[in-house]
Design a binder for this molecule. Structure first.
Ligand SMILES: [Zn+2]
Length: 81
């Protein structure tokens, strides 16, 4: 992990502002979802991209019982039945 060269303060509600150059660089728009990861000494923010529950693919997704599933996994599940 390398420093991004920006500093921001946490407000009294625990919020931070991600600097505009970083939002632009990582294509973050209003209402995008951020996924939060933790490491022993760090909090890592990543733009959330929905992916298949089974294989991690982000293409041709449908939702089954609230979980994303890709077309390939749906076909493989049909073959099992
Ligand atoms: Zn899949």
């Amino acid at each position: 992990m390398k420093p991004a060269g920006f500093f921001c303060k946490v407000d009294k509600l625990g919020r931070i502002v991600i600097p505009k150059p970083l939002r632009t660089k990582y294509s973050l728009d209003t209402d995008d979802t951020i996924e939060i990861f933790t490491e022993p000494d760090a909090i890592v923010l990543k733009k959330y991209a929905m992916s298949c529950t089974f294989c991690g693919s982000g293409e041709n997704l449908s939702t089954f019982k609230g979980k994303p599933v890709c077309e390939d996994c749906i076909k493989k599940l049909r073959d099992i039945i």
